[in-house]
Design a protein around this ligand. Structure first.
Ligand code: C2O
Ligand code: CU
Length: 540
């Protein structure tokens, strides 16, 4: 294993898309940010300098950070922000992750422009569980706002309603030529007929699950969230924000130009109804059409198209890539995911009842503290968080039918953690609710990968559903979309002590409070204990 060192300088830099020139918060002036390359088991050290006038933290999305939550990144959960003019060196220890992950800012909404790919190759002399591709191509789905993202966020928080939507979706920072002024701003992938390409896709979009498709070409999924999957052939992809998908693309069609494109899957809320495109361009001599073929997409609200893709993912689960699904569960958690309304006053209210939206897990709306939870836990500082995050919602009801009386389901504000003993075997069933409106929730857990053992529509049923779990080859993931008015069950072994954030990866939902943290206690013996903090931890 090697040590790889990167320098990340947060600064403002000017960028133009859709004929709008503006200043973005970036790393090293790049948008999207720099790609980190490493091999399985390496140590990556990133020196983060803040030379902008916005607080920042950086999160290594999908990296387990073994026994070292100190550099994980979520602000006020595991660290105080890196303030302007200061620096933080983050040690990112890679363990069993192999494939595509990404890094992003984890401070307010700054991940809208501060993100990049983290590519983890197999160990030297080791190879992929599929034929070596001719070339590898990172493909990051992102967004462009003509207005300032900080202002979009502030307006959203003040409004009590949904946020403004972006002005364009992007493929590798480029909107593509269906948008105004964007002919030059189109991502192009040049391929040779007969060759196979590994596309490493990341969904860095703020608030939407995305469909992706390439005209006339099927794709073969080989991995997700830096774990290999059985090969899955599909003509479209559905990808949650936070999730990554590795896929093989065979350049096997008549040489020409073909559009690759991405657009929204949205079961509720406002959304940007535009299509971002890139061009798959075969090399060689031929007459290209003046406008390439555009792939067709499922309807924007086609929930089954999203579910059908995701539920086909399977772990490799073979001798070389064994799985380790916990079979005897010691911690059974049932977490409701709700959008809620709360009475409010003034102009930050929506609808005829003058209320504002918020969100909750088990009826608790997360309020981030002013000192990070990790530091308070480590140093025994009282008054920062409470330890009573419940294993179940306060009461049962028909979660998915809707029309819940308005005052029956008002969440409480809190900063509550759920404490888990070292080496517990944990099952979480996420239950989407229809208290105000049902919607998908791409849930993300820090510090772990988990097996997705089951999912379904409607209310989870403890007698009917567990016998149908897949305990043979469930996919290993760290972000999973819990379907609208449905449920998803995950399992993992709590062998990574620390403080770990869990939240919806829709930025609007986590801003409304859809998140919580786990404290996984130290176990016995030196290798089961959290490591001490580095000397340069940012201060609040
Ligand atoms: Cu990708 Cu808590 O984040
Ligand atoms: Cu959500």
């Amino acid at each position: 294993a090697l040590v790889r060192r990167y320098k990340f300088v947060l600064r403002d830099s000017a960028h133009t898309r859709l004929c709008t020139n503006k200043t973005l918060l970036t790393i090293n002036g790049q948008f999207p940010g720099p790609t980190i390359y490493a091999r399985r088991g390496d140590l990556v050290i990133v020196d983060v300098y803040n030379r902008a006038n916005h607080n920042i933290t950086i999160h290594w999305h999908g990296v387990k950070m073994p026994r070292y939550p100190w550099a994980d990144g979520p602000e006020f959960v595991t660290q105080c922000p890196i303030s302007p003019g200061t620096k933080f060196s983050q040690r990112v220890v890679l363990s069993d992750e192999e494939g595509t992950l990404w890094w992003h800012a984890h401070s307010e909404w700054s991940r809208a422009t501060v993100y990049g790919a983290l590519i983890i190759l197999p160990e030297r002399k080791s190879s992929y569980p599929f034929p070596k591709p001719h070339a590898e191509v990172p493909l990051l789905l992102g967004e462009w706002w003509n207005s300032d993202v900080q202002e979009v966020m502030e307006e959203f928080l003040n409004s009590g309603g949904d946020p403004n939507v972006s002005d364009a979706f992007l493929i590798n920072g480029q909107p593509g030529d269906l948008y105004p002024c964007s002919r030059q701003d189109t991502f192009k992938l040049t391929v040779e007929f007969g060759k196979t390409y590994l596309i490493r896709m990341v969904n860095a979009v703020m608030n939407n699950i995305m469909f992706f498709r390439i005209a006339n070409h099927n794709m073969t999924v080989v991995g997700t969230d830096a774990a290999y999957t059985k090969q899955l052939n599909s003509d479209y992809i559905a990808i949650s924000p936070g999730q990554t998908i590795d896929l093989l693309l065979e350049a096997n069609q008549p040489p020409s130009h073909y559009y690759m494109a991405s657009r929204v899957y949205a079961s509720a809320g406002n959304f940007d109804n535009t299509t971002t495109t890139g061009i798959l361009e075969y090399s060689g001599n031929y007459t290209a059409p003046s406008s390439p073929l555009l792939p067709t997409f499922p309807e924007f609200n086609d929930t089954m198209a999203s579910i059908n893709f995701t539920t086909q993912l399977r772990s490799l689960a073979n001798e070389k890539y064994p799985i380790d699904v916990p079979l005897n569960i010691t911690e059974t958690l049932f977490f409701t995911l709700s959008i809620n309304l709360r009475p409010c006053a003034g102009n930050s209210c929506v609808g005829p009842f003058q209320e504002r939206f918020l969100a909750s897990v088990n009826n608790l709306t997360l309020v981030l503290p002013r000192t990070d939870i990790l530091q308070a836990y480590y140093r025994g500082i009282n008054g920062v968080f409470e330890t009573d995050f419940p294993d179940n919602p306060p009461f049962a009801f028909n979660y998915t039918q809707g029309f819940v009386p308005r005052d029956l389901w008002r969440p409480e504000n809190g900063t509550d953690v759920n404490i888990i003993e070292y080496n517990s075997t944990v099952e979480i069933v996420f239950q989407g609710t229809n208290t105000v409106a049902g919607v998908d929730h791409p849930m993300h857990l820090h510090g772990y990968s988990f097996y997705v053992v089951g999912s379904g529509l409607g209310n989870f049923n403890r007698t009917r559903d567990p016998p149908n779990y897949n305990l043979v080859d469930p996919p290993l993931m760290e972000t999973i979309a819990v379907p609208i008015n449905g449920w998803t069950a995950i399992r993992f072994r709590a062998d990574n002590p620390g403080v770990w954030f869990m939240h919806c990866h829709f930025e609007r939902h986590v801003s409304w409070g859809m998140g919580m943290a786990f404290i996984v206690r130290n176990g016995r013996g030196p290798n089961a204990r959290m490591l001490p903090p580095p000397p340069d931890m940012p201060r609040c």
